[in-house]
Write a protein that binds this ligand. Structure first.
Ligand code: ZN
Ligand code: ZN
Ligand code: ZN
Ligand code: ZN
Length: 404
Protein backbone atom coordinates (compact mmCIF):
# COMPACT_ATOMS: atom_id res chain seq x y z
CA UNK A 1 0.00 0.00 0.00
CA UNK A 2 2.86 2.35 0.83
CA UNK A 3 4.45 1.73 -2.53
CA UNK A 4 1.20 2.55 -4.24
CA UNK A 5 0.89 5.80 -2.43
CA UNK A 6 4.41 6.76 -3.29
CA UNK A 7 3.72 6.35 -6.95
CA UNK A 8 0.55 8.29 -6.57
CA UNK A 9 2.26 11.14 -4.84
CA UNK A 10 5.05 11.13 -7.38
CA UNK A 11 2.66 11.15 -10.26
CA UNK A 12 0.67 14.03 -8.85
CA UNK A 13 3.45 16.22 -7.56
CA UNK A 14 5.19 16.01 -10.84
CA UNK A 15 2.26 17.21 -12.85
CA UNK A 16 0.94 20.28 -11.16
CA UNK A 17 -0.88 21.39 -14.26
CA UNK A 18 -3.23 18.45 -14.21
CA UNK A 19 -6.80 18.84 -13.16
CA UNK A 20 -8.08 18.13 -9.71
CA UNK A 21 -7.54 14.70 -8.30
CA UNK A 22 -7.40 12.88 -5.09
CA UNK A 23 -9.40 15.31 -3.00
CA UNK A 24 -9.66 13.59 0.34
CA UNK A 25 -13.13 14.87 1.20
CA UNK A 26 -14.17 11.97 3.36
CA UNK A 27 -11.11 11.69 5.56
CA UNK A 28 -13.06 12.32 8.76
CA UNK A 29 -14.74 8.97 8.95
CA UNK A 30 -11.59 6.80 8.70
CA UNK A 31 -12.22 3.90 11.04
CA UNK A 32 -8.81 2.30 11.16
CA UNK A 33 -5.84 4.00 12.71
CA UNK A 34 -3.58 3.09 9.81
CA UNK A 35 -5.77 4.47 7.14
CA UNK A 36 -6.24 7.84 8.73
CA UNK A 37 -2.49 8.13 9.12
CA UNK A 38 -2.10 7.45 5.46
CA UNK A 39 -4.62 10.13 4.73
CA UNK A 40 -2.86 12.67 6.88
CA UNK A 41 0.42 12.10 5.22
CA UNK A 42 -1.33 12.44 1.96
CA UNK A 43 -3.03 15.64 2.88
CA UNK A 44 0.19 17.33 3.89
CA UNK A 45 2.22 16.28 0.89
CA UNK A 46 -0.26 16.97 -1.80
CA UNK A 47 -2.08 20.00 -0.44
CA UNK A 48 -5.02 19.16 -2.69
CA UNK A 49 -7.27 21.85 -4.00
CA UNK A 50 -10.94 21.78 -3.28
CA UNK A 51 -13.19 20.81 -6.10
CA UNK A 52 -14.73 24.10 -7.08
CA UNK A 53 -17.41 23.15 -9.51
CA UNK A 54 -19.41 20.91 -7.26
CA UNK A 55 -21.31 19.84 -10.36
CA UNK A 56 -19.63 16.49 -10.65
CA UNK A 57 -21.07 14.02 -8.24
CA UNK A 58 -19.57 10.62 -7.57
CA UNK A 59 -16.10 9.25 -6.97
CA UNK A 60 -13.44 11.90 -6.63
CA UNK A 61 -10.22 9.92 -6.22
CA UNK A 62 -8.71 9.46 -9.68
CA UNK A 63 -5.99 7.12 -10.82
CA UNK A 64 -3.55 9.09 -12.94
CA UNK A 65 -1.43 6.44 -14.56
CA UNK A 66 -0.93 6.51 -18.30
CA UNK A 67 0.95 4.78 -21.09
CA UNK A 68 4.52 5.87 -20.45
CA UNK A 69 5.82 4.66 -23.77
CA UNK A 70 3.19 6.55 -25.76
CA UNK A 71 3.79 9.74 -23.77
CA UNK A 72 7.47 9.43 -24.64
CA UNK A 73 6.76 8.81 -28.31
CA UNK A 74 4.49 11.83 -28.56
CA UNK A 75 6.96 13.99 -26.63
CA UNK A 76 9.51 13.17 -29.32
CA UNK A 77 7.32 14.80 -31.93
CA UNK A 78 7.26 18.14 -30.12
CA UNK A 79 10.84 19.16 -30.76
CA UNK A 80 10.85 18.72 -34.56
CA UNK A 81 7.40 20.36 -34.62
CA UNK A 82 8.65 23.35 -32.72
CA UNK A 83 11.79 23.54 -34.86
CA UNK A 84 9.69 23.50 -38.03
CA UNK A 85 7.43 26.26 -36.74
CA UNK A 86 10.39 28.42 -35.66
CA UNK A 87 12.35 27.94 -38.89
CA UNK A 88 9.38 28.52 -41.21
CA UNK A 89 8.32 31.52 -39.17
CA UNK A 90 11.64 33.32 -39.46
CA UNK A 91 13.08 32.25 -42.78
CA UNK A 92 14.05 35.19 -45.00
CA UNK A 93 13.65 37.53 -42.06
CA UNK A 94 16.82 39.48 -41.34
CA UNK A 95 15.68 40.60 -37.91
CA UNK A 96 14.69 37.26 -36.45
CA UNK A 97 16.24 33.83 -35.99
CA UNK A 98 14.56 30.57 -35.13
CA UNK A 99 16.16 30.69 -31.70
CA UNK A 100 14.85 34.19 -31.04
CA UNK A 101 11.24 33.13 -31.39
CA UNK A 102 11.50 29.66 -29.81
CA UNK A 103 10.32 30.61 -26.32
CA UNK A 104 7.20 32.38 -27.57
CA UNK A 105 6.36 29.81 -30.18
CA UNK A 106 6.77 26.97 -27.70
CA UNK A 107 4.30 28.58 -25.34
CA UNK A 108 1.86 29.22 -28.15
CA UNK A 109 2.25 25.67 -29.41
CA UNK A 110 1.53 24.14 -26.00
CA UNK A 111 -1.56 26.33 -25.65
CA UNK A 112 -2.69 25.37 -29.12
CA UNK A 113 -2.23 21.65 -28.46
CA UNK A 114 -4.04 21.89 -25.14
CA UNK A 115 -6.99 23.71 -26.68
CA UNK A 116 -7.22 21.45 -29.70
CA UNK A 117 -7.11 18.33 -27.56
CA UNK A 118 -9.70 19.70 -25.13
CA UNK A 119 -12.11 20.50 -27.91
CA UNK A 120 -11.36 17.26 -29.69
CA UNK A 121 -14.66 15.64 -28.70
CA UNK A 122 -16.52 18.13 -30.84
CA UNK A 123 -14.14 17.61 -33.75
CA UNK A 124 -14.41 13.84 -33.60
CA UNK A 125 -18.20 14.05 -33.80
CA UNK A 126 -17.95 16.03 -36.99
CA UNK A 127 -15.43 13.60 -38.45
CA UNK A 128 -17.45 10.55 -37.56
CA UNK A 129 -18.14 8.42 -40.57
CA UNK A 130 -15.01 9.49 -42.34
CA UNK A 131 -13.30 6.53 -44.00
CA UNK A 132 -10.01 6.78 -42.15
CA UNK A 133 -11.78 7.03 -38.80
CA UNK A 134 -10.23 3.93 -37.33
CA UNK A 135 -6.58 4.70 -37.93
CA UNK A 136 -6.90 8.33 -37.00
CA UNK A 137 -8.28 7.82 -33.51
CA UNK A 138 -4.94 6.71 -32.09
CA UNK A 139 -3.71 9.45 -29.77
CA UNK A 140 -0.32 9.44 -31.46
CA UNK A 141 -1.87 10.18 -34.85
CA UNK A 142 -4.26 12.77 -33.48
CA UNK A 143 -1.60 14.65 -31.54
CA UNK A 144 1.08 14.53 -34.19
CA UNK A 145 -1.48 15.90 -36.66
CA UNK A 146 -2.11 18.75 -34.24
CA UNK A 147 1.62 19.43 -34.09
CA UNK A 148 1.83 19.47 -37.89
CA UNK A 149 -1.20 21.76 -38.14
CA UNK A 150 0.35 24.15 -35.69
CA UNK A 151 3.70 24.17 -37.45
CA UNK A 152 2.10 24.88 -40.85
CA UNK A 153 0.11 27.74 -39.37
CA UNK A 154 3.37 29.50 -38.47
CA UNK A 155 4.77 29.72 -42.02
CA UNK A 156 5.64 33.26 -42.98
CA UNK A 157 5.09 34.81 -46.37
CA UNK A 158 8.58 34.00 -47.61
CA UNK A 159 8.34 30.33 -46.77
CA UNK A 160 4.95 30.09 -48.49
CA UNK A 161 5.86 31.61 -51.84
CA UNK A 162 9.45 30.66 -52.47
CA UNK A 163 9.57 26.89 -52.94
CA UNK A 164 11.26 26.87 -49.58
CA UNK A 165 9.00 24.12 -48.28
CA UNK A 166 10.46 21.55 -50.63
CA UNK A 167 14.07 22.60 -50.33
CA UNK A 168 16.77 20.49 -48.74
CA UNK A 169 18.14 23.56 -47.08
CA UNK A 170 14.96 23.82 -45.05
CA UNK A 171 15.25 20.21 -43.88
CA UNK A 172 18.84 20.82 -42.80
CA UNK A 173 17.91 23.99 -40.97
CA UNK A 174 15.15 22.22 -39.08
CA UNK A 175 17.43 19.31 -38.15
CA UNK A 176 20.14 21.69 -37.02
CA UNK A 177 17.72 23.62 -34.89
CA UNK A 178 16.41 20.43 -33.25
CA UNK A 179 20.00 19.56 -32.39
CA UNK A 180 20.71 23.03 -31.10
CA UNK A 181 17.71 22.82 -28.77
CA UNK A 182 18.77 19.39 -27.55
CA UNK A 183 22.32 20.53 -26.86
CA UNK A 184 21.08 23.56 -24.98
CA UNK A 185 18.53 21.46 -23.10
CA UNK A 186 15.94 23.93 -24.28
CA UNK A 187 12.87 21.75 -23.77
CA UNK A 188 13.70 18.71 -21.71
CA UNK A 189 12.08 15.36 -22.36
CA UNK A 190 10.61 15.24 -18.84
CA UNK A 191 8.70 18.45 -19.39
CA UNK A 192 7.54 17.40 -22.83
CA UNK A 193 6.33 14.07 -21.46
CA UNK A 194 4.25 15.82 -18.82
CA UNK A 195 2.53 17.81 -21.51
CA UNK A 196 1.98 14.83 -23.76
CA UNK A 197 0.55 12.90 -20.82
CA UNK A 198 -2.19 15.46 -20.26
CA UNK A 199 -2.87 15.67 -23.99
CA UNK A 200 -3.27 11.89 -24.17
CA UNK A 201 -5.95 12.02 -21.49
CA UNK A 202 -7.87 14.56 -23.54
CA UNK A 203 -7.99 12.53 -26.73
CA UNK A 204 -7.91 8.92 -25.52
CA UNK A 205 -11.65 8.34 -25.39
CA UNK A 206 -11.36 4.59 -25.40
CA UNK A 207 -9.12 4.67 -22.32
CA UNK A 208 -6.57 2.49 -24.03
CA UNK A 209 -3.63 4.64 -23.05
CA UNK A 210 -4.51 5.97 -19.63
CA UNK A 211 -6.35 4.82 -16.55
CA UNK A 212 -9.56 6.66 -15.82
CA UNK A 213 -10.61 4.79 -12.70
CA UNK A 214 -12.19 6.86 -9.95
CA UNK A 215 -12.75 5.85 -6.35
CA UNK A 216 -14.70 6.98 -3.33
CA UNK A 217 -11.84 6.93 -0.87
CA UNK A 218 -8.10 7.24 -0.79
CA UNK A 219 -7.95 3.68 0.57
CA UNK A 220 -9.76 2.29 -2.43
CA UNK A 221 -7.52 4.24 -4.73
CA UNK A 222 -4.40 3.07 -2.92
CA UNK A 223 -5.61 -0.48 -3.26
CA UNK A 224 -6.13 0.05 -6.99
CA UNK A 225 -2.81 1.66 -7.84
CA UNK A 226 -0.74 -1.34 -6.80
CA UNK A 227 -2.66 -3.42 -9.33
CA UNK A 228 -3.33 -0.79 -12.00
CA UNK A 229 -2.25 -2.03 -15.44
CA UNK A 230 -0.80 1.41 -16.18
CA UNK A 231 1.35 1.64 -13.04
CA UNK A 232 4.98 2.42 -13.86
CA UNK A 233 7.15 -0.65 -13.60
CA UNK A 234 10.90 -0.86 -13.86
CA UNK A 235 12.57 -3.59 -15.82
CA UNK A 236 14.26 -6.10 -13.54
CA UNK A 237 16.87 -7.19 -16.02
CA UNK A 238 20.31 -6.10 -14.86
CA UNK A 239 21.56 -3.12 -16.83
CA UNK A 240 18.16 -2.17 -18.27
CA UNK A 241 16.77 1.18 -17.20
CA UNK A 242 13.45 0.95 -19.03
CA UNK A 243 10.26 1.97 -17.29
CA UNK A 244 6.97 0.86 -18.77
CA UNK A 245 3.38 0.20 -17.78
CA UNK A 246 2.79 -3.01 -15.87
CA UNK A 247 0.54 -4.30 -18.64
CA UNK A 248 3.42 -3.94 -21.12
CA UNK A 249 5.76 -6.10 -19.10
CA UNK A 250 5.50 -9.11 -21.38
CA UNK A 251 5.89 -7.01 -24.49
CA UNK A 252 9.06 -5.43 -23.10
CA UNK A 253 10.44 -8.72 -21.91
CA UNK A 254 10.26 -10.17 -25.42
CA UNK A 255 12.57 -7.43 -26.74
CA UNK A 256 14.53 -6.32 -23.68
CA UNK A 257 18.16 -6.18 -24.83
CA UNK A 258 19.35 -6.94 -21.32
CA UNK A 259 17.39 -10.11 -20.77
CA UNK A 260 19.51 -13.21 -20.24
CA UNK A 261 18.30 -15.93 -22.58
CA UNK A 262 19.53 -19.38 -23.60
CA UNK A 263 21.94 -19.47 -26.53
CA UNK A 264 20.14 -19.40 -29.88
CA UNK A 265 22.52 -22.08 -31.16
CA UNK A 266 21.64 -24.22 -28.18
CA UNK A 267 24.99 -24.39 -26.48
CA UNK A 268 24.70 -24.62 -22.70
CA UNK A 269 25.38 -20.90 -22.12
CA UNK A 270 22.86 -18.17 -21.41
CA UNK A 271 23.67 -14.78 -22.88
CA UNK A 272 22.28 -11.25 -22.70
CA UNK A 273 20.07 -10.71 -25.75
CA UNK A 274 22.18 -7.80 -27.01
CA UNK A 275 25.32 -9.99 -26.89
CA UNK A 276 23.74 -12.96 -28.65
CA UNK A 277 24.84 -12.27 -32.22
CA UNK A 278 28.43 -11.72 -31.18
CA UNK A 279 28.43 -14.83 -29.00
CA UNK A 280 27.05 -16.98 -31.80
CA UNK A 281 29.68 -15.98 -34.32
CA UNK A 282 32.64 -16.02 -31.93
CA UNK A 283 32.91 -18.05 -28.74
CA UNK A 284 29.79 -20.20 -28.95
CA UNK A 285 30.86 -23.86 -28.87
CA UNK A 286 28.03 -24.60 -31.29
CA UNK A 287 29.32 -22.18 -33.92
CA UNK A 288 29.58 -24.10 -37.19
CA UNK A 289 33.03 -24.31 -38.75
CA UNK A 290 34.43 -26.08 -41.77
CA UNK A 291 36.26 -29.35 -41.35
CA UNK A 292 40.02 -28.64 -41.16
CA UNK A 293 40.36 -30.92 -44.21
CA UNK A 294 37.95 -28.84 -46.23
CA UNK A 295 40.66 -28.01 -48.74
CA UNK A 296 41.37 -31.71 -49.24
CA UNK A 297 37.71 -32.38 -49.97
CA UNK A 298 35.79 -33.01 -46.72
CA UNK A 299 33.00 -30.50 -46.93
CA UNK A 300 31.43 -31.16 -43.55
CA UNK A 301 30.51 -28.24 -41.31
CA UNK A 302 30.72 -29.08 -37.64
CA UNK A 303 30.02 -27.24 -34.37
CA UNK A 304 33.46 -26.12 -33.20
CA UNK A 305 33.12 -28.09 -29.97
CA UNK A 306 32.77 -31.32 -31.98
CA UNK A 307 35.69 -30.68 -34.28
CA UNK A 308 38.07 -33.06 -32.57
CA UNK A 309 35.45 -35.79 -32.43
CA UNK A 310 34.89 -35.36 -36.16
CA UNK A 311 38.59 -35.50 -36.83
CA UNK A 312 39.10 -38.67 -34.81
CA UNK A 313 36.07 -40.41 -36.23
CA UNK A 314 36.87 -39.61 -39.85
CA UNK A 315 40.59 -40.36 -40.14
CA UNK A 316 39.74 -42.91 -42.77
CA UNK A 317 37.80 -40.66 -45.09
CA UNK A 318 40.17 -37.73 -44.55
CA UNK A 319 43.09 -39.97 -45.55
CA UNK A 320 41.20 -41.09 -48.61
CA UNK A 321 40.71 -37.45 -49.61
CA UNK A 322 44.41 -36.77 -49.20
CA UNK A 323 45.36 -39.83 -51.26
CA UNK A 324 42.91 -38.87 -53.97
CA UNK A 325 44.74 -35.57 -54.18
CA UNK A 326 48.10 -37.27 -54.52
CA UNK A 327 47.12 -40.17 -56.83
CA UNK A 328 44.53 -38.61 -59.13
CA UNK A 329 44.37 -41.55 -61.54
CA UNK A 330 43.97 -44.38 -59.07
CA UNK A 331 40.61 -45.97 -58.21
CA UNK A 332 38.99 -45.48 -54.85
CA UNK A 333 39.16 -49.21 -54.13
CA UNK A 334 42.92 -49.24 -54.49
CA UNK A 335 43.23 -46.09 -52.43
CA UNK A 336 41.16 -47.64 -49.67
CA UNK A 337 43.67 -50.47 -49.42
CA UNK A 338 46.41 -47.88 -49.22
CA UNK A 339 44.55 -46.11 -46.41
CA UNK A 340 44.54 -49.33 -44.43
CA UNK A 341 48.26 -49.80 -44.98
CA UNK A 342 48.98 -46.25 -43.95
CA UNK A 343 46.94 -46.53 -40.79
CA UNK A 344 48.63 -49.73 -39.85
CA UNK A 345 52.07 -48.29 -40.41
CA UNK A 346 51.42 -45.08 -38.53
CA UNK A 347 49.88 -46.93 -35.55
CA UNK A 348 47.30 -44.21 -34.89
CA UNK A 349 49.66 -41.26 -35.35
CA UNK A 350 47.78 -39.95 -38.41
CA UNK A 351 44.80 -39.05 -36.23
CA UNK A 352 46.93 -36.33 -34.68
CA UNK A 353 47.30 -34.28 -37.86
CA UNK A 354 45.34 -31.06 -37.46
CA UNK A 355 45.12 -29.78 -41.02
CA UNK A 356 45.47 -30.72 -44.67
CA UNK A 357 49.11 -29.73 -44.95
CA UNK A 358 50.35 -31.73 -41.95
CA UNK A 359 48.29 -34.77 -42.90
CA UNK A 360 49.59 -34.64 -46.49
CA UNK A 361 53.17 -34.44 -45.22
CA UNK A 362 52.70 -37.41 -42.91
CA UNK A 363 51.07 -39.40 -45.70
CA UNK A 364 53.89 -38.65 -48.11
CA UNK A 365 56.47 -39.71 -45.51
CA UNK A 366 54.70 -42.99 -44.86
CA UNK A 367 54.17 -43.66 -48.55
CA UNK A 368 57.89 -43.36 -49.14
CA UNK A 369 58.34 -46.21 -46.68
CA UNK A 370 55.52 -48.27 -48.19
CA UNK A 371 56.91 -48.10 -51.69
CA UNK A 372 54.93 -47.73 -54.91
CA UNK A 373 51.17 -48.04 -54.85
CA UNK A 374 49.76 -51.37 -55.99
CA UNK A 375 47.14 -50.91 -58.67
CA UNK A 376 44.71 -53.78 -59.16
CA UNK A 377 43.99 -55.33 -62.55
CA UNK A 378 40.39 -54.07 -62.71
CA UNK A 379 41.52 -50.56 -63.35
CA UNK A 380 43.83 -51.37 -66.18
CA UNK A 381 41.46 -53.85 -67.84
CA UNK A 382 40.13 -52.79 -71.20
CA UNK A 383 37.02 -54.90 -70.66
CA UNK A 384 34.00 -52.62 -70.77
CA UNK A 385 32.04 -54.42 -68.08
CA UNK A 386 34.92 -54.26 -65.67
CA UNK A 387 35.59 -50.67 -66.41
CA UNK A 388 31.99 -49.81 -65.71
CA UNK A 389 32.06 -51.73 -62.48
CA UNK A 390 35.13 -49.86 -61.42
CA UNK A 391 33.67 -46.48 -62.28
CA UNK A 392 30.48 -47.28 -60.43
CA UNK A 393 32.33 -48.43 -57.38
CA UNK A 394 34.40 -45.30 -57.43
CA UNK A 395 31.31 -43.13 -57.70
CA UNK A 396 29.70 -44.97 -54.84
CA UNK A 397 32.74 -44.55 -52.68
CA UNK A 398 32.78 -40.87 -53.47
CA UNK A 399 29.18 -40.52 -52.42
CA UNK A 400 29.88 -42.27 -49.18
CA UNK A 401 32.70 -39.96 -48.42
CA UNK A 402 30.63 -36.93 -49.12
CA UNK A 403 27.85 -38.08 -46.90
CA UNK A 404 30.12 -38.37 -43.89
ZN1 ZN B 1 -5.32 2.96 -12.58
ZN1 ZN C 1 14.46 -4.25 -19.94
ZN1 ZN D 1 26.14 -20.52 -27.65
ZN1 ZN E 1 36.03 -33.76 -42.22
Amino acid sequence: MIVGLKWLVYSNMDVPAMDVKLVPEKIGNGKEEGSSLDCELYDVELAPEKVESGKEEGPSFHCDFFDIELAHKIAQVFLPGLATACVDNTTGDIFKTAASVAVDIRKEMVDYLTQRSESFVAESFILEGSPEGEASDHPYNILSDFVDDYASSKRNLFSRVSGWLLSEKREDKIDDFVQEMEINKFWLMDRREEISQSLIKNVDFKNQFHCNMKFNSVEELAEHVVHCGFRPTECNNKGCSATYCANQMEKHDIDCPYKIIPCEQKCLDSIMRREMDRHCITVCPMKLVNCPFYAAGCQSTIPQCLLEKHRLENVHSHLLHILQGIHKEVSVDDLKKRVEQLEELSSGKLAEALDTRSLTNSVKGLEAKLGPLEVSATNTATDNGHEKEGAEASREANNQVQMQ
